[in-house]
Write a protein that binds this ligand. Structure first.
Ligand code: LRH
Ligand code: MN
Ligand code: MN
Length: 406
């Protein structure tokens, strides 16, 4: 049955000029980093529900992440958040990860959970608090050296709630000072990924509120600083794929925090509310992958695809499986775009033809293609089903309630 479905699919795609061998190779190369915090208890400001079986420490988070990677072949690395994942010995955590076939991915400093940071961390008017915050950034560079991580993902909750509460221009310069000090401490292999967010927790102004501000800091800092696009961090209606194309052309797209949203930073499972947006993001990336400029192609090759979600009511491991499978599905669809057809329509000013060429790829059912690559990789055809019928989800219940939480 699978063979027949695939043969039909292959015939159909061949007729459209799509080379499925190339598509399969690209699909097998897709890597999506999962966040350690997505395995722990997390929620909203109203309630964090405690779930049975949630990892009790960073080591167990990696064990759960290994399940996701083992079943999908998609997630060989896990991002950590400090101090949520603080351990005595990062070498030990690294060995544990490697023993499970995983790597420690991006290191995320956390400058938003201490009372000292109520009025800002690196942008606080108090020099002693700014110093403390910068020291934490430097500590994270040292941790990244121990974990062998390339990327440092920076997000600052810094901002103000009322006009006049802070001096916006002073804060802008304090931010640059802090980033500059951290930048100097990084090894030449490291990258600083600067994440922006339009609002929350600050509601009047946020020090790094949009991609333009993050990009400006990156330009001032140097080539190792890039922009991190969290899909939930934009004002409603923002054209994220435009931002992606722009940053790629500037060779400053560091990576993504994927999640989906209906209203604001909802942190829901990616691809559940607006799968077409995710597909269109991949369309821009694949378009840039064919650029004549090797620098743009190089940027495409180095994009860090990461999940950043808060699984409030969902079971953590199935939620993560759903997330990465949704990303894989939209990537597979985007790989079916016939770029020559779009280009021709553009040259001819054929507006509807161009739109049709993009959308048609989205409308294909890629199940036979995904089954084929999973079969070739020795993976279960349906990773979710395989997980739900395995013993792991039941075995971890022995951990009880009250696991790690954000
Ligand atoms: C902020 C954010 C940032 C944090 C994560 C937990 O909203 O997206 O990336 O590190 O959530
Ligand atoms: Mn994020
Ligand atoms: Mn967020």
């Amino acid at each position: 049955m699978t063979d027949r479905a695939y043969s039909l699919f292959e015939e159909q795609q061949k007729a459209r000029g799509i080379n499925l061998e190339e598509v399969k190779a690209q699909l097998k190369a897709l890597k999506i980093e999962t966040p350690s915090w997505g395995y722990g208890d997390s929620g909203t400001r109203f309630k964090v529900f405690q779930k049975e079986g949630v990892p009790r420490n960073p080591f167990e988070k990696f064990e759960d992440a290994a399940q996701v990677h083992g079943l999908t072949g998609l997630c060989p690395s896990v991002a950590i958040h400090i101090p949520w994942d603080k351990v005595e010995d990062y070498g030990k955590l690294r060995n544990h990860a490697e023993g499970l076939g995983l790597k420690i991915g991006a290191v995320n400093p956390n400058l938003f959970q201490e009372d000292d940071y109520m009025l800002g961390s690196v942008t606080n008017a108090d020099a002693a608090i700014r110093r403390k915050a910068i020291n934490h950034l430097l500590e994270c560079v040292d941790i990244a050296k121990e974990t062998g991580s390339r990327d440092l993902s920076l997000w600052f909750a810094d901002g103000t709630n009322y006009p006049g509460q802070g001096d916006i221009r002073k804060r802008k310069n304090w931010m640059l000072e802090a980033l500059g000090e951290m930048y100097k401490a990084m090894t030449p292999e490291m990258r600083m990924l600067i994440e922006y967010k339009c609002f929350e927790p600050a509601f009047y102004h946020t020090d790094i509120a949009d991609w333009g501000m993050a990009f400006n800091y990156a330009l001032k800092l140097g080539p190792q600083a890039e922009v991190l696009v969290d899909t939930g961090h934009h004002l409603p209606g923002a054209n994220i794929e435009h931002i992606v194309a722009y940053l790629l052309d500037e060779k400053r797209l560091g990576g993504f925090h994927f999640n989906s949203r209906k209203y604001a930073d909802d942190d829901l499972i990616v691809g559940t509310t607006n799968p077409y947006e995710l597909f269109l993001i991949f369309y821009q990336i694949l378009n840039a992958a064919k650029d004549l400029d090797a620098g743009v192609r190089d940027n495409v090759a180095n994009i860090a695809y990461m999940i950043d979600q808060s699984h409030n009511i969902e079971k953590k491991i199935p939620a993560m499986l759903r997330s990465v499978l949704n990303v894989q599905t939209q990537f597979a669809k985007a790989l079916l775009i016939n770029h020559a057809e779009i280009e021709e329509a553009q040259v001819n000013g054929d507006v509807l033809g161009a739109e049709d060429a993009v959308r048609r790829a989205f409308e294909f059912d890629v199940t036979p293609l995904l089954h084929a690559i999973r079969e070739e990789q020795g993976l279960p055809l349906d990773p979710m089903k395989a997980y739900l019928s395995s013993a792991y989800g039941k075995d971890i219940l022995a951990r009880g309630k009250g696991g790690a939480s954000w």
